[in-house]
Structures are given as structure tokens and as C-alpha cells.
Design a protein around this ligand. Structure first.
Ligand code: P1T
Length: 390
């Protein structure tokens, strides 16, 4: 375990950053140990145009602390928070101009696919899809290509893309490379260190980790992109509330602890399911059976609680299985303390056209699992019981 099981080393000082970065109590009027929630929509100015904070959409002390913590965790200079993960991606679209072309990885969250295909295209942005292989992106590059957007691992088929390879190709063509790091968080993957230009998060998931907040974030090291992102945050206005920022700040203090347990639970459960006669296939990047397991170890420091399985059966089998579970709640979202389970064809990926879903292997027997931090023996017993019912 000294070499972190063959993965990249875990980031040093990660939880110290979560607890102390930008959180010196002496900056607050009462020397609060916990960052105060600054609930105000506006701020009194010293003279017209002379102020520390101006207006809540443009800046807020609670939000600013969170943005600094997330940036530091991702090894970034600039961090900005948004009212949802899709709000962060909407802001990414704002980095493009009418007439620009972007290439999106073909397997992304259904809402991301919908946002690009049904909204970005309305503003004159051309969107095409690639399968995640570096050549598949390079083949589609045109003079007006300005952005590559990927998830790695993808939602829900757990495919990875080679972040370093895509980075060096994208740099050759001066194309911005944006990666959604929601499934792994900076504790397990730091794409900016591998050369990506912008990292995006749905903070709704592991970063908040308690299934009670919707938020998003963007981070970058590029001065020009950082400036543009802050401008868009102010100009487009997709900002979170100070209360929600405070909740996420609290949650980040236990991110590493939680992820270790998510990872351990998901590995035990995935190994159990891999040997079960009613399971056709397990898709878990942390298992040697995953075709990109070696790549996972080369570019990340571990894997979270996310994996998927193909049941042997059809839609009715899936429905019966899902209904028989007790601890795995049937629901969209992921990354919380509670285990969740989803049938992507009917839940998270309904907005992806069926022919694209079929091509990607998002079928009625594909079950996506977000393993929580409950006691794993109870989770295994729950799965065993539900599988016995089909
Ligand atoms: O829900 P929101 O905070 O807006 O984040 C959107 C989003 C972006 N990226 C990834 C990888 C995601 O998984 C999501 C949201 N996903 C779900 C709700 C889901 O069940 O997959």
C-alpha cells in the first residue's frame, strides 16, 4: 500500500488545505474558527466606487473562501463557484463565440449532452462528439475548433480518456481542453497537473457529499481564462448562495476521509458482483478487469464509489432488481453518504438520443451504482437479496 496500490501518490496536505486554506480566523471580526456565512446581497461602499465587496453576485466573502479552497485542492490559481454543475458548464459555453466548434466526449452526463446539443447550438456553437480516444478528437479538429470537453471516468459507462495525450494534442492545435472531474474529485485526480486548461465540478456530488446541495465550480491556471471566467460569473450571474457555499466548505473538510471509504466499499462490492452468476459484467476502473485499469493508475490516485454493472436480463429484470433493494435508493445523483442506484436509460440519460445510447452501451440492463459509506456487509447483503429475486 506504500505505493498507493500502483496509482499516483495521494496529494500531500489535502485535508490541511480543506481545513485551513483561506480560513485564518483572524480575518473575521469575531475571529470565528468557522468561516461565517455572510448573508447580504450588497455592501456599503466607503466612497462611490471604493469598496472591498460590491454586490453579492460579483463577490461574497463566504463564496470567496470556498473558491480559494477548491482552487488550491485542484492546484489552480483561479476558482469560481456556480449555482449548479450545469451552471458551471453554461459558463464554459460562454467562453466560446458564435461560429466556434467544440468536440464533446460521446459519453457524458445526459444533462451535459442536452446543454450542448439543445442550448449551445442555438447560439451558433457547432457541437460534435468523439469516442474519447485521442485520435477520435484529432480527426474532428477544424480551423474553428476551440474546445474539447470530456468526463473521465464517464457517466455511466466508466470509460477513461488519456488526459496527458489529449492535452498535448489539444495544445498543438491551440484548442482549450476542459475536463469534468466530478467522479474523482481533486483527491483522486488533478487534471490541471496533467495539462488540462479548465477543470469543472458538479459540487453537488462528492465535493459536498451529503446529497443536500446543488452547486458547481470551475478552476484554471490560465490568467486569461481565469479573468474570463470571473467576468462570466459576474455577467451571466449563475452564482450560488452564501449558505450553500458554507455547507460545501464544511463538507470538504471530510472529503478525503469520505472518499477512502467510498473507494473501499465500491471495490469490495464490485469484486463481489464480478463473481455473481446474475451479473454479466462489472465496469469499475479500479478493477484489473477494466480495459483501462492501467491508465487509471497512471493518471489518478484512486477511484471513488462509482461503478456500473450489466445485469443478465432486460428492462423487467432491472426493474425487479431495483425494487428489491433496501439501502440503495433509486435516484439520480451520486457521491453522497447514502448509496444510490440508477437505471441510466430511464433516469440520468433520457435526454441522450436512443441510437447514441445504444452505441455507448447504455442499455436497459446497465445499472449505475453510487456506493455510499454505509457498512459494506449491509450493502452486500442488500445486493445479494435483490439479485436472488430476479
Ligand atoms: O446536477 P448538477 O450539479 O447541475 O451537475 C451536473 C453534472 C455534471 N457532471 C456530471 C459528471 C454529473 O454527474 C452531473 C449531474 N449528474 C447527475 C445528476 C447524475 O445522476 O448523473
Amino acid at each position: 500500500m506504500t505505493d498507493n496500490d500502483g496509482y499516483l501518490p495521494l496529494p500531500k496536505g489535502f485535508t490541511t488545505i480543506a481545513i485551513h486554506e483561506a480560513q485564518d480566523p483572524e480575518q473575521w471580526s469575531h475571529h470565528e474558527i468557522v468561516t461565517p456565512i455572510t448573508m447580504t446581497s450588497t455592501f456599503k461602499q466607503d466612497e462611490p466606487g471604493v469598496f472591498k465587496y460590491q454586490y453579492g453576485r460579483i463577490g461574497n466573502p463566504t463564496r470567496e473562501v470556498l473558491e480559494k479552497v477548491i482552487a488550491k485542492m485542484e492546484c489552480a490559481k483561479y476558482g469560481a463557484c456556480f449555482s449548479s454543475g450545469l451552471g458551471a458548464i453554461t459558463t464554459v459555453i460562454g467562453l466560446l463565440e458564435n461560429g466556434d466548434h467544440m468536440i464533446c466526449m460521446d459519453d457524458v452526463y445526459g444533462g451535459t449532452n442536452r446543454l450542448f446539443l439543445q442550448i449551445a447550438t442555438k447560439f451558433g456553437i457547432e457541437v460534435t462528439f468523439a469516442d474519447g480516444d485521442v485520435d477520435s478528437f484529432e480527426r474532428q479538429i477544424k480551423p474553428n475548433t476551440k474546445m474539447i470537453f470530456v468526463e473521465s471516468p464517464t457517466n455511466p459507462t466508466m470509460r477513461l480518456c488519456d488526459i496527458k495525450a489529449i492535452t498535448s494534442m489539444a495544445k498543438r492545435y491551440k484548442v482549450m481542453f476542459v475536463i469534468d472531474n466530478t467522479f474523482l474529485t481533486p483527491y483522486y485526480q488533478r487534471p490541471l497537473l496533467l495539462g488540462a486548461d479548465v477543470v469543472m465540478h458538479s459540487l453537488t456530488k462528492y465535493m459536498n457529499g451529503h446529497s443536500d446541495i446543488i452547486m458547481g465550480a470551475l478552476v484554471t491556471n490560465d490568467d486569461k481564462l481565469g479573468e474570463k471566467i470571473y467576468f462570466l460569473q459576474k455577467a451571466m450571474g449563475v452564482v450560488p448562495s452564501p449558505f450553500d457555499c458554507s455547507q460545501v466548505l464544511r463538507s470538504l473538510k471530510t472529503l478525503a476521509l469520505r472518499l477512502k471509504k467510498h473507494q473501499a466499499n465500491s471495490l469490495v462490492l464490485a469484486k463481489y458482483l464480478e463473481t455473481h452468476p446474475k451479473i454479466e459484467r462489472v465496469l469499475h476502473p479500479g478493477l484489473p478487469s477494466h480495459p483501462q485499469h492501467e491508465l487509471a493508475k497512471r493518471q489518478s490516485s484512486g477511484h471513488s464509489g462509482m461503478f456500473s454493472v450489466y445485469l443478465k436480463g432486460d428492462l423487467e429484470t432491472s426493474k425487479k432488481f431495483l425494487k428489491s433493494l433496501k439501502y440503495f435508493a433509486l435516484g439520480g445523483s451520486l457521491g453522497g453518504a447514502e448509496s444510490l442506484i440508477a437505471l441510466s436509460t430511464k433516469m440520468t440519460h433520457t435526454s441522450v438520443p436512443k441510437d447514441q445510447r445504444d452505441k455507448l452501451g447504455i442499455t436497459d440492463n446497465l445499472i449505475r451504482i453510487s456506493v455510499g459509506i454505509e457498512d459494506v456487509e449491509d450493502l452486500i447483503a442488500d445486493m445479494k437479496y435483490a439479485l436472488d429475486q430476479i
